[in-house]
Every structure is written in structure tokens, then in C-alpha cells.
Ligand binder design. Structure first.
Ligand SMILES: NC(=O)C1=CN([C@@H]2O[C@H](COP(=O)(O)OP(=O)(O)OC[C@H]3O[C@@H](n4cnc5c(N)ncnc54)[C@H](OP(=O)(O)O)[C@@H]3O)[C@@H](O)[C@H]2O)C=CC1
Ligand SMILES: CC(=O)C(=O)O
Ligand SMILES: [Mg+2]
Length: 771
């Protein structure tokens, strides 16, 4: 999507967007079976003849569909493509990427399954009859990107006809989050909603629904002015009029946005890019609230608004500015609450509960959870933090229960939540498993001061692409090692805009003025370990990993990434030789940690790459290092020491070793939640663990799996990764005196970016001082 004013290099970003959507499989969704279907009997149960049994049970008791089918967690995201984002009527087929996008947000943020349904149904009647006929399939209907005024009619008729929640996201999802931002913004400005003047650009689905909700919160229609492409909507106007605009029409001779914006306290933009000219802001009231929410490009870019009105509070629909007012903060969670209590509708009480929950969350006292969610930078309620970030894990914890409670109290819940603490616990567990695990790491990297990352494989396409991304995102300041002509040619070939010497530093291994210094330092460090001056010269000339490590040692970089080419063991040897071990550790304490992110959740594993057959004491020390690393993700580590033996079921040497490691850990890390030895399934399932050993000190699911040796760890890692199509982050090298990560040859540029962020966070949090 090319968009005016976007911070990215648009052509490269556009290419990346197409690539992202095309590979490894077209689109963003697939269907997965929740049952294994492993044998003849499974087939007989899942299909004929077994399937007839739940069919007849549902026939007798329709409510039992919630037990025997996926319906109660399945939402239809339905569009006819008539008002897609701010792109207009681009048709149902072209709207499909947006609907697939909404589907993955439902899944990611609230674990709700979605079928995206794009209908060639431009009229109200076609939409209503088609969507109403879908009721047996779904637990809820999320209407999306349908233009006004048809969307109002469609929603009204569907709500009338259907006994499941029907929710037009662009109307109500937007209205809920806008209302929360307005309540908080006015509070900060010391204004009352009853008194404020509100002017819109846009009088369509989103704008009118927002106004209706603001009126039900106390706003006065006399103080509200609506404008659209035909200017002010006044009494007597003929263009684009409908009964939904009626309450806001004025008897007036004012015709343009410029004529009505004077003294406005709130500008509500839900129209199109660039509609609000900076000069218009001058006439607004003091401390104006500017909601420029058109997507992808707002009515005014925040920097222009800020320059024109330094006292303004500014919100956009985008994630690259503070105060993202976007319906993604609402729709996953309002549906989560509605589905979990079997709500037959999403009514005003439920919407109001969502507004209050979101507004209150932004005002919550800083807490540990908040600090984790915003990676240490505890947000405080203020002009740049009127509403929570979409990645705030507390959104689901606050909105879904509030909505379910409101549904119950207002009498629309078929299955009221009976045990609220248990429900909260379930939501909490989902938050951990949701795989938003890298988010705090990236936020922390952006705020880091020690962010110079040196890449040994600076000529590699994956590193070049990663360098551009980390520069654009502000994650790191890359230093590349590579020959200038090769780097330059490749940057141009791949269409990357960054340039050596301008955007990043390039170290030419064939001709760098520091060559002699590097050689001297290497001789000094390694002279007593069999590296002759001649060998030192050859190493600096030929091995970029050596240069990268020497650059860190000389204080020219904060962290290093290598290993995209060549053997892991050779890179490790050089890292050990030049950087040495962290204070208090020896070279034998080096180990590796891998993170797997899959649909099922996240799990850390140690040690698949470095330590071949660690002793019980070494395993214990490596577990402590791994636990420290896991805390950087804002996650509390829960370690399981894995074995073929389950809580004493076998007494082989390796079982005894893992048992002994657990004992050592209890002494050296008494605060760490850990147990062992145990099977892998006992580690991941509390229920299984309880059956064998109810007294285990490990509670819930383990998130750190400690393997007895490199074989077990590496085989488990690579097999699980392949079978579950997981994303691998790592290997994260634990033990060196400065952050140094040796990646694998199969790493992608996304993997390089992930490891860069981690390296930066590490460099900052342990105030690296190479020995
Ligand atoms: N941040 C968020 O969460 C959300 C943002 N939006 C954004 O809001 C916008 C509108 O969406 P939606 O209400 O669903 O669409 P609709 O088609 O229902 O409404 C669009 C409205 O914007 C007006 N409009 C369009 N272009 C201009 C212009 N150049 N100047 C003034 N008014 C204009 C239209 O006027 P006319 O009738 O005269 O054409 C119409 O009133 C989109 O950009 C969308 O991305 C929507 C939902 C959520
Ligand atoms: C966010 C959204 O739903 C829109 O822009 O249409
Ligand atoms: Mg939309």
C-alpha cells in the first residue's frame, strides 16, 4: 500500500507487503483440524457413522451446537467491499486481504476463529438475505467495510432477524475506542462532554456511529457539526442525505469544514487522507482533541498537526504514532466476551462496558504487567497516552469480562460466566500463549542507547534486508562488514535504499584503516593460545566474525551477529577466544537458548547448539542463564528438566543427572520455578503432571524446557519446528562477555531482525563491559 506521508520507503515497503502476502503460501489463513484423525476409529467418529450422533443431539437441543461444533468460537467477517478502509468501493474480491487481516487479528488477540466472507452483494437486500442465511454456521457476525448509509440498514435488519451478535465493526468498534479516547482527552483538557463542540470530517458509517455513542455519553447534538465531500450537512441539502444524518443537520448558511471548525474542541476525522489543512487548526479551541482516523493515511499527519497546535492531543488510526485509535482495540475483545457468555446480541450496555474498560485501563496505576507490556517504559496517562496500545495484554483481561458481565446483567447471555476468577485465569493463560512475545523486546530495543550491532556477514542479502528494517524501525544502528563494491551492488540489486557511509558504517575487511589495531589486539588476546602474529593477520584479513568480536572488544560496537555462513563451532571458538565469558562464568558455561513460536504458544529450549553433554551443575547454571534471558521478554520462567524418566520412574545415568540438576537449582536459584526430571508432556500439561506427581513445585505449563544433552535438544527443536511450522528465534548465545549471536545458515532476514532486537536489549540490560 503506497501511502502519502508514510515513514517507510514506499516501493520497498510495497514489495515487502506483496511478498508477505504471497509467501510461503498465498494469503494469511488456513484451516486446521482440532482432532488428530489418526486411525480408522477416529475417522469413524469424526465422520460417518459417528458424526450422526452430534447431528441428532443438536437437532434435539440446538444449544448443544456450542458443545459439539466450533460454532460458539466462530465469527464471520463479512464485507461487500463498498468502503474498504479509506480506499472506497474497491469491491469484495479486493477487500479480501483486509478481511483475512481482521481474521488473523481476531485469532491473535482473542483466539477467535474466523471465516472471512467477501460477498458480491452490493444491495441491502442481497446482503441481508445472504448474511441472515449464515446463522447456523456462526456464533457471531462482524460486518466490515460496508458503505453508509446501506450499512445502517443492513445491520438493523440483520439484528432484527438473527439471534447471534451482529456488530458492524466500522461503526461500533470505532465508536467504542473513539468514545474512550474522547472521555480521557476531555478529562485531561478539563472539559465536559456536555459542553464541547465536535466537528467531523466524514458522515459515514464510522463517523455517525461515533457521534451516536458520544451523544449517549452526554454530548449535545446542538454542538455537533458534520461535514463530508459535499461540505457541511445542513437542513435542506440534497446531496448524499439520509435519515441517519438527520439528528446532526443544522439550519445554517455555513458550507465548508473551514466555516465550522472555529472553536471546536474535538475534530473527528473518519473520511480521507489530508482533508484537514494545518491552517484550520489555528481557530480550534484550546487543548483541542484531534482524531485523524482515516486509514491508512490520516486527515492530517501528526507532525503537521503538532506544528500548527502544540497544545493539541493527537490520535490516528496507525500503529506508528502514539494514541492509535483503531477498532482493533475493541472488536477482538468485545466478541471474546460476547461469545464466552453465549450472548444473543451486542447491546448498548455491552458497548458502554467496553468504553469504560478501555478508558479506565489507560488510567490504571503503573503496574508490573504494564511495565512488561510496554517493556519497562511504564506509560502514564497523558496527552500521548490517552488510550492503551493495541499490544497491551490487559485489554482482553479488562474488556472481555466487563462485556460478558454487562451481557449477563442486561439479560442477553445464554451461558453467563459462572466462575469469574476461573474465566480470568483462562484469559491470562491465553495472553501468555498468544505469541506476542517479541513485542516487548522490540519496544525496549527502540529505546536503547547501546544499539550498535555489528554484522559479520554484511554482504549477505538477509543481513542487508535486515539492516534496512532495523534502521527504519529504529531498532539498531547497524555496522556491516563487507566489501564496499559488493555491498553497494547488492543493495541496488535488491532495491534497498540504505547506503554505506550515509545510513550505516561499513568495515571493509580488505582495507580498513584499523586493520593493524585489530591484529595487535588479537595477538594480545590470543598470543598465549597458539595464535601466532602471522595467524592473527590471516584471521583478521579473512574472518569477519573475528573482526566483529574485535570491534566489540575495542568498544566500537555493542553487540554482534554472525554465523550465516560457515560452521557454528568455528564462530563459537572465535567468540570465546576474543570476547571471553561473562564475569563469574567459564568458557564451558556457554550455552544456547532457542525460542519456538507456534500457533500453540511459545516455548524456550536449551541447549540445542553448544553444550554437548553438560553435567548436572552445568545444566543448572545454563538454566539460570536461560531464565534470565526469558525475563527480558517480560515472561516469568517456569523450567522443566526433561528426561525419559518421569519423577523417578527410571534410575539411568541421564535421569539421575537431571534429578541432580533440579537439586542444584533449588540451591542456586531458590526463586526459580523449576522441577524435574520429567517427560516432555508432563512439562507442558499440568493435568498429566498432577496425575503422576501431584506435589510438583512447577505449576501450570513449563515455558523453559531443559534437555539432558545437545542431541535431545537439537532433535526436539528441529522436529517440533518442522512439524508445527513454528518460528524459531535463536540460537541465543548465553555466556559471552558481550552479546554475540551465532545464527544458523537457514535463518531468514526476519530471523536476523529478531536477533538484532534481542542483542540490543541484552547490550543495554547488562551494561556490557568486556573483560
Ligand atoms: N481508525 C479506525 O479504527 C477506523 C477508521 N476508519 C476510517 O474512516 C474512513 C471512513 O470509513 P467508513 O465510515 O467506514 O466509510 P463510509 O464510506 O461509510 O464513509 C466515508 C465518509 O467519508 C466522507 N469522505 C470521503 N472522502 C472525503 C473527503 N475527501 N472529504 C470529506 N469527506 C470525505 C464520505 O463522504 P461522501 O458521503 O460525501 O462520500 C463519507 O461521509 C476510512 O478512511 C476508514 O479507514 C473507519 C473505521 C475505523
Ligand atoms: C480500521 C478499519 O476498520 C478501517 O479503517 O476500516
Ligand atoms: Mg473497517
Amino acid at each position: 500500500m503506497s501511502s502519502e506521508g508514510t515513514k517507510k520507503n514506499t516501493s520497498e515497503f510495497d514489495q515487502a507487503a506483496l511478498f508477505f502476502h504471497q509467501f510461503p503460501t498465498p494469503g494469511k489463513l488456513e484451516i486446521q483440524s482440532t482432532k488428530p484423525l489418526g486411525n480408522q476409529r477416529d475417522l469413524a467418529l469424526a465422520y460417518s457413522p459417528g458424526v450422526a450422533v452430534p447431528c441428532l443431539a443438536i437437532k434435539d437441543d440446538p444449544e448443544s451446537a456450542a458443545k459439539y461444533t466450533s460454532r460458539s468460537n466462530l465469527v464471520a467477517v463479512v464485507s461487500n467491499g463498498t468502503a474498504v478502509l479509506g480506499l472506497g468501493n474497491i469491491g469484495p474480491l479486493a477487500s479480501k486481504p483486509v478481511m483475512e487481516g481482521k481474521a488473523v487479528l481476531f485469532k491473535k488477540f482473542a483466539n477467535i476463529d474466523v471465516f472471512d466472507i467477501e460477498l458480491d452483494a452490493p444491495t441491502v437486500d442481497q446482503m441481508v438475505s445472504t448474511v441472515a442465511a449464515l446463522e447456523p454456521t456462526f456464533g457471531g457476525i462482524n460486518l466490515e467495510d460496508i458503505k453508509a448509509p446501506e450499512c445502517f440498514e443492513i445491520e438493523e435488519q440483520l439484528k432484527e432477524r438473527m439471534s447471534i451478535p451482529v456488530f458492524h465493526d466500522d461503526q461500533h468498534g470505532t465508536a467504542i475506542i473513539v468514545a474512550a479516547a474522547v472521555l480521557n482527552g476531555l478529562d485531561l483538557a478539563g472539559k465536559k462532554i456536555e459542553d464541547v463542540k465536535i466537528v467531523t470530517s466524514g458522515a459515514g458509517a464510522a463517523a455517525l456511529a461515533c457521534l451516536n455513542l458520544l451523544v449517549s455519553l452526554g454530548a449535545n447534538t446542538d454542538n455537533i457539526w458534520i461535514t463530508d465531500r459535499h461540505g457541511v450537512a445542513y437542513k435542506g441539502r440534497v446531496e448524499e442525505m439520509d435519515r441517519w444524518k438527520e439528528p446532526y443537520l443544522k439550519e445554517t448558511d455555513k458550507r465548508e469544514l473551514a466555516d465550522v471548525i472555529g472553536d471546536a474542541d474535538v475534530f473527528l476525522g473518519l473520511s480521507a487522507a489530508g482533508v484537514l489543512k494545518p491552517e484550520l487548526l489555528a481557530t480550534m479551541a484550546e487543548k483541542p482533541l484531534i482524531l485523524a482516523l482515516a486509514n491508512p493515511t490520516p486527515e492530517i499527519m501528526p507532525e503537521l498537526a503538532r506544528a500548527a497546535r502544540p497544545d493539541a492531543m493527537i490520535c490516528t488510526g496507525r500503529s506508528d504514532f502514539p494514541n492509535q485509535v483503531n477498532n482493533v482495540l475493541c472488536f477482538p475483545y468485545i466478541f471474546r466476551g460476547a461469545l464466552d457468555c453465549g450472548a444473543r446480541a451486542i447491546n448498548e450496555e455491552m458497548k458502554m462496558a467496553a468504553v469504560r474498560a478501555i478508558a479506565a485501563l489507560a488510567r490504571e496505576e503503573p503496574s508490573d504487567v504494564a511495565a512488561k507490556a510496554y517493556s519497562g517504559e511504564t506509560p502514564t496517562f497523558g496527552p500521548d497516552y490517552l488510550i492503551p496500545s493495541p499490544f497491551d495484554p490487559r485489554l482482553i483481561l479488562r474488556i472481555a469480562p466487563a462485556v460478558a458481565l454487562a451481557a449477563t446483567e442486561s439479560g442477553v447471555a445464554a451461558r453467563p460466566i459462572e466462575d469469574m476468577p476461573a474465566y480470568l485465569d483462562k484469559l491470562n493463560r491465553f495472553v501468555f500463549r498468544s505469541g506476542l512475545v517479541m513485542k516487548p523486546v522490540f519496544s525496549a530495543a527502540k529505546n536503547a542507547s547501546a544499539n550498535r550491532v555489528i554484522y559479520a556477514d554484511g554482504e549477505d542479502e538477509r543481513v542487508l534486508r535486515a539492516a534496512q528494517i532495523v534502521l527504519e524501525d529504529g531498532t539498531a544502528q547497524p555496522i556491516l562488514i563487507g566489501r564496499p563494491n559488493v555491498v553497494d551492488t547488492r543493495l541496488k540489486r535488491y532495491g534497498l535504499k540504505i547506503r554505506a557511509g550515509v545510513d550505516f558504517e561499513l568495515i571493509n575487511p580488505e582495507d580498513d584503516p584499523r586493520y593493524r589495531n585489530y591484529v595487535d589486539l588479537l595477538s594480545q588476546l590470543a598470543g598465549r593460545r597458539g595464535v601466532s602474529p602471522e595467524a592473527a593477520r590471516a584471521l583478521v584479513r579473512t574472518d569477519p566474525t573475528v573482526i566483529a568480536a574485535l570491534a566489540i572488544k575495542r568498544g566500537e560496537a555493542d553487540a554482534m551477529i554472525c554465523g550465516l555462513e560457515g560452521r557454528f563451532s568455528r564462530h563459537l571458538r572465535h567468540v570465546k577466544l576474543i570476547l571471553g565469558a561473562r564475569e563469574g562464568l567459564g568458557e564451558d558455561d556457554f550455552s544456547a537458548l532457542s525460542l519456538l513460536i507456534s500457533q500453540k504458544g511459545v516455548v524456550f529450549m536449551t541447549d540445542p547448539y553448544v553444550s554437548e553433554n553438560p553435567s548436572a551443575e552445568e545444566l543448572a547454571r545454563m538454566t539460570v542463564l536461560a531464565a534470565e534471558e526469558i525475563r527480558r521478554f517480560g515472561i516469568t520462567p517456569k523450567a522443566a528438566l526433561l528426561s525419559h524418566s518421569n519423577f523417578g520412574s527410571r534410575d539411568t545415568a541421564s535421569a539421575l543427572k537431571m534429578r541432580a540438576a533440579a537439586e542444584v537449582l533449588r540451591k542456586i536459584a531458590p526463586d526459580l520455578e523449576v522441577d524435574g526430571e520429567m517427560h516432555g508432556d508432563s512439562a507442558l500439561s499440568e493435568e498429566l503432571r498432577q496425575r503422576v506427581y501431584p506435589h510438583s513445585t512447577l505449576k501450570g505449563e513449563a515455558n523453559l524446557l531443559v534437555f539432558p544433552n545437545i542431541d535431545a535438544a537439537n532433535i526436539a527443536l528441529t522436529t517440533i519446528r518442522e512439524m508445527t511450522n513454528s518460528l524459531h528465534v535463536g540460537p541465543i548465545l548465553l555466556g559471552p562477555a558481550a552479546p554475540a549471536h551465532i545464527l544458523t545458515r537457514s535463518v531468514t532476514s526476519r530471523g536476523v531482525v529478531n536477533m538484532t532486537a534481542l542483542a540490543v536489549v541484552e547490550a543495554n540490560s547488562r551494561a556490557v563491559k568486556p573483560k
